[in-house]
Every structure is written in C-alpha cells, then in structure tokens.
Ligand binder design. Structure first.
Ligand code: COA
Length: 335
C-alpha cells in the first residue's frame, strides 16, 4: 500500500479582516484610586507609563461576557453568517479554568454551529498569534471564516500592592472576523519567542505550589519591568522592520502603527527606532485603557476607528509582545 492521500482541499486565495469589535468594561479607574496602596503618584505613573486611567471589570463582566460582546460587534460588522464561522480562537491568560478552554463556551453563547474552538496562551502576543492562525486556516482551507478574540480580566491576577504592576494591567476585549478576500488583507506573520527570558513576566507560583501552601493566595503576575522595557523598546522595533520587509512594503506605505499597548514610552521608542513618517498615525489607547494584554491591539484599533484616525482600507502594522517572551506581528488592512 502506498501512503499517499488525495490532494487537500485548497482554501481562499487571500484572507482579510472583515469585521472588528470591542468591549470596554464600565468602570473607569483613575490613577488616583491606586496610588495610596503603592506609594506612588498620578504624576509618576503618567510620566513613566503614559497611563491616566484604566478599566477594571465588575463581577458580571466575566471574560466570557466581554468576549461575546466584542465578538457580536465584529460579526455584525463583517456581515458573515453565523453558520459560516468554522473556527474560534480566544487569546487570553485570565480565563480561570485550566480546562476546558473559553472558546467553546463563547462559540456556544454566540450561537455558532459547533466550530473548532480553542484558546491561545501567548500572553500579550496572543491576539496576533490568533490572527496568523486564522489567516492560515482560511487560506489553507480548514475554515471558511474565523473569529479571533483577545480578552482579559487582568485585574483578577494583578497584585494591587505591587508598585511595578498595579497601575499597568487592565481589562477588556477585542475581536475580529477573518475571512476570504479578493486581495491580500493580512500580510505574512513574523513571530517567535525567547524562552531564555521566561521569568521576566510570569505568574508568581504554579497552581500546585499555591494549593499546597499554608496561606493559599492568588498567584499574581510579576514582572521585571526594566528588563521588559529594554527588550520591548529595542528588539521589537527590529521585528517590526522585518515584518515590513517580509510584507514587501516600507514605513511610507503604512497608515497606522498599532503596537501592543504596554507603555507609552515603549510605543514612542519603537516609533523613533522605526523612523515612522509623520503621516503614520500611532495607537495610544494605553493612556485610558491600561495594558489589556491579548485585548490591547483590537481595542487600540477600535479606538482609532471610533475617533476617525483609522479608515477602511488603511494599512496597519500590528505588533504584539509579552510574557514568554513571545511576539508576533503582521500588516493588516482595516475593514
Ligand atoms: N511609583 C513611584 N515610584 C516607583 C514606582 C511606583 N509605582 N515603582 C518604582 N518606583 C521607583 C523605584 O523605587 C525607583 O526609585 P529609586 O530610583 O529612588 O530607587 C524608581 O522609581 C525607578 O524604579 P524602576 O523599577 O527602575 O522603574 P522604571 O523606570 O523601570 O519604571 C515601569 C517602571 C514598570 C513603568 C517600567 O519598567 C515599564 O514600563 N516596564 C515595562 C512594563 C511593561 O510594559 N510591561 C508589559 C509588557 S507586556
């Protein structure tokens, strides 16, 4: 017997983002509400991070609730019928069950027709990993359309007394529908990881250590802020440049720069290193949204659309980076 199989069904010639949606939690938390616990000041936080306020979810704003809300917007904008979504990828690190994943529950609540559904754990880089996976699935023929959601409730896993993280992390959700297109709307991904720096941003203890401890407590996120800052500011600008080269465009062809919203100083350092021309509009959602990890890029793009800084057809460079350390970047056309 020969081991050959019949040829694989081929997918769409091109994939594109067809719809975008977002959910911002109701409660705005200004710096002034945090500073006493961490012996800080509004001025220090703004100067070091560019963050003025963030949103923290109320108990009813669960990861599933926020993911479904963002996905409903994205599906409505895309015009894609629910029966034609074959894949749901949820990027998150704050779904509190080890198993099952959040994606099947989200797909069910949305009324989708039993799509493939799984979570991606790539921290702040998760959304761009999801977009790359969805684009490949649509072009490879394993999904007609795919829903990619980034959602976080980082307020649950942030230590309110930790000076290095309490003012940074926040909550929210963003989503896109990825589907077939006549022309390329999602460029090639440049992605990778540096496991040698595994400990720079991480959950403090593993779940077994927590449960065996005499004083069990939530294993919060811990971060070596300075080292992360240097890595993101210098290494990620190089990845952004590689992404443009692999896509076959230059900074002059870009309309928008939508980096992960970690810190305004990192965003500015990357923009300087890339020598972005003045016409490229830069996402600065972090100022009023904080760092929402996997949700940050779709939320930032949504704000640009809402405020008229992004228009349909614009070319946006997305670049996401975080714990792992993991990163992923691609150029997309705004739906
Ligand atoms: N409020 C006031 N002062 C603070 C403070 C706070 N919340 N946190 C630290 N400080 C003080 C320190 O005690 C230190 O004081 P000293 O100079 O008298 O010793 C000084 O500020 C500098 O501390 P340092 O830890 O070096 O701060 P920093 O300049 O690196 O800024 C971050 C801290 C967290 C803002 C910065 O490292 C950062 O943004 N890193 C990247 C984080 C990030 O984006 N992570 C997400 C990636 S996905």
């Amino acid at each position: 017997m020969s081991g050959t199989l019949p040829p694989t069904r081929s997918g769409a010639a091109h994939a594109a983002v067809l719809g975008l949606g977002a959910y911002r939690p109701r409660t705005v938390v200004p710096n002034s509400a945090l500073v006493e616990a961490i012996d800080s000041s509004d001025e220090w936080i703004q100067q070091r991070s560019g963050i003025r306020s963030r949103r923290w979810a109320e108990p009813d704003e669960t990861v599933q609730y926020m993911a479904v809300a963002a996905a409903r917007d994205a599906l409505a904008q895309s015009g894609v019928d629910h029966s034609e979504v074959d894949l749901v990828v949820v990027a998150t690190v704050s779904h509190m069950l080890q198993t099952p994943a959040l994606a099947p529950a989200v797909a069910h609540e949305l009324g989708l027709d039993r799509p493939a559904a799984f979570d991606v754990s790539a921290a702040c880089a998760g959304f761009c990993h999801g977009v790359a996976t969805a684009s490949d699935a649509v072009r490879g023929g394993s999904a007609r359309n795919a829903l990619v959601i980034g959602v976080e409730r980082l307020s649950d896993i942030t230590d309110r007394d930790d000076r290095g993280t309490a003012f940074i992390f926040a909550d929210g959700a963003g989503a896109v529908v990825v589907g077939p297109s006549d022309s390329s709307g999602i460029g090639p991904v440049v992605w990778g990881s540096d496991g040698a720096q595994f400990d720079l941003i991480r959950q403090r203890e593993d779940w077994r250590d927590v449960t065996m401890s005499d004083t069990p407590r939530m294993p919060h996120l811990v971060m070596q802020g300075n080292a992360v800052f240097r890595w993101a500011s210098y290494e990620m600008a190089k990845i952004a440049q590689q992404t443009l080269e692999r896509t076959g465009i230059s900074v002059d062809d870009l309309d928008l720069f939508v980096p992960h919203q970690a810190n305004m100083r990192i965003i500015d350092a990357m923009a300087r290193a890339m020598k972005l021309p003045a016409h490229v509009r830069i996402a600065r959602d972090v100022a009023d949204q904080g760092n929402t990890s996997a949700a940050s890029i779709p939320l930032a793009l949504d704000r640009m659309v809402q405020e008229g800084d992004a228009r349909s057809g614009d070319l946006a460079l997305l670049i996401a980076f975080g714990a792992g350390l993991a990163y992923a970047a691609q150029v997309v056309r705004v739906p």
